[in-house]
Ligand binder design. Structure first.
Ligand code: PA5
Length: 460
């Protein structure tokens, strides 16, 4: 079960919190957002809703996992960026044992190590390529568009290494890409490279429950059926007509009200579990790239998501959350049950500053610290809410993913923007193409050349 407790977003629990009248008054806006989302879904625009029912993708990913196992693959390297990388990273951190890549093969149940290269820093890529044994490595090149510069540059480097080593490309490459469009699809078709498809109506940051996330997960032995089942169960809960009964509706409405009625524009996402650390990075991309937009009337909108980690950030950002500008909400992410928990031995009983810890458990300390932090924030008039997962497993993670994806769709409607495009990232891409001499981008290079240059008198 997944619960969303928003007591501390509201008055009188938190001074200045949202009032009953504001909460009730949001229902018509939510109803309109829910209806608009349903219409887009009916038009086939929001493919992520359908992913929990897509059993074919499970079969396809399982088949690739068997093929890789038969071929003795010991390292899987995902090449991708943005939505094509953050989902696989979040799944790996949440659902594989900590330190997976450091475990011996037997401790991994014979499953491969799982690496995700989500940047084009040559130091990182060179180090990984030098570390893995090429003959026992599978590269999963993931790009919805099949045309992303960073991913294709990584691919070309891998391709070069494979050719230098005399390895057949299709023995070591799998592409995850659009079913028809893009360079990767064309190469896959020409060379017989296995290439599971991302449904065209599933956008990059909404793609973790497609082969983008499912294939790396299946290769590493994660229970992808449970992941999709949890997502399906949450999808059903997110159909509710009243936002107060709808977890995604509640999350979207509360964040939107906090932003637009209280100017709480920074929205912190703070898991209290190392396993959920990368879910925060995944959420930050989802929320920021979906909602930070220019509305049709020309007004720029969108909350600023910030990732934090409990209890680590209690010794860092929480000072700012407590005493800095009161312009934030905090969403805690908690686990009801951690297993196995670690007992804290009762030692040094004569030292009061140690004795109180003994006899408790580490997970208990983490949970108490989260409650203490929420309480401390509330005492200072700083609103927060908490999403609680009964435990951290594939079913609950699938549910959490679906909750946040549906919330993003609702929030897009509430803010009056299209949550499913990203026009703001295009200009930088075009300048890059122009600077790299890509045919067709000379005008962009010229536009770039007209931009102000660094002024030496302003460089220290
Ligand atoms: O959410 C998005 O659409 C983006 O973040 C993309 O995932 C990112 O730009 C990578 O795109 P692609 O998968 O086409 O290589």
């Amino acid at each position: 079960m997944i619960r969303l407790d928003y007591t501390f977003m509201t008055a009188p629990a938190v001074a200045g919190g949202l009032t009953d009248a504001e909460l009730a008054g949001a229902q018509p806006a939510f109803a309109a957002a829910r209806d608009a989302t349903a219409r887009r879904r009916e038009r086939g625009e929001l493919g992520f809703f359908g992913l929990p029912d897509d059993t074919q993708q499970v079969t396809d990913c399982a088949a690739v996992a068997v093929w890789a196992s038969d071929r003795g693959i010991r390292d899987v390297v995902v090449l991708g960026i943005g939505g094509s990388a953050l989902g696989p990273i979040a799944l790996r951190t949440a659902l594989l044992p900590s330190g997976w890549n450091l475990l011996a093969a037997a401790q991994r149940g014979g499953r491969p190590r799982l690496h995700v290269l989500d940047n084009v820093d040559p130091a990182t890529m060179a180090a990984l390529l030098d570390r893995v044994e090429l003959g026992a490595t599978l590269f999963v090149v993931t790009s919805k568009s099949g045309g992303t510069a960073e991913t294709l540059a990584q691919y070309l480097i891998v391709r070069g290494r494979l050719e230098e080593a005399g390895r057949a490309a299709r023995d070591h490459l799998v592409f995850v890409t659009d079913p028809e469009r893009g360079a990767l699809r064309r190469i896959a078709a020409a060379e017989g490279i296995v290439a599971p498809a991302i449904p065209p109506s599933v956008g990059g940051r909404f793609s973790v429950l497609s082969p983008v996330g499912l294939l790396p997960a299946a290769l590493a032995g994660i229970d992808v059926v449970a992941l999709l089942a949890g997502a399906g169960a949450m999808r059903a809960r997110c159909e509710a007509a009243e936002w107060t009964a709808n977890p995604a509706g509640a999350f979207a409405v509360l964040q939107w009200l906090a932003d637009t009625r209280r100017n709480l524009r920074t929205q912190v996402f703070m898991p209290y579990a190392d396993g959920l650390r990368d879910m925060a990075a995944w959420f930050v991309q989802l929320w920021a790239e979906s909602l930070g937009k220019v509305r049709p009337d020309g007004v720029s909108v969108g909350p600023t998501p910030v990732a934090a980690l409990g209890a680590t950030d209690q010794h860092s950002q929480v000072q700012l959350f407590m005493e800095g500008p009161n312009d934030k909400t905090v969403t805690f992410l908690t686990l009801d049950r951690v297993s196995p928990d670690l007992p804290i031995p009762a030692r040094h009983q004569s030292h009061d500053d140690l004795a109180y810890l003994g006899g408790h458990h580490l997970g208990e300390l983490l949970a108490v610290e989260q409650r203490a932090t929420a309480g401390a924030l509330a005492a200072r008039g700083r609103p927060s809410m908490a999403i609680a997962l009964e435990t951290l497993d594939a079913w609950h993670l699938g549910g959490l993913i679906m909750l946040l994806e549906v919330a993003t769709a609702f929030a897009g409607e509430l803010y009056g923007v299209n949550a499913f495009d990203q026009p703001g990232v295009e200009l930088g891409k075009r300048f890059t193409y122009g600077l790299f001499g890509r045919p067709g981008f000379a005008a962009d290079l010229a536009a770039f050349d007209h931009l102000p240059r660094p002024d030496p008198s302003r460089v220290v």
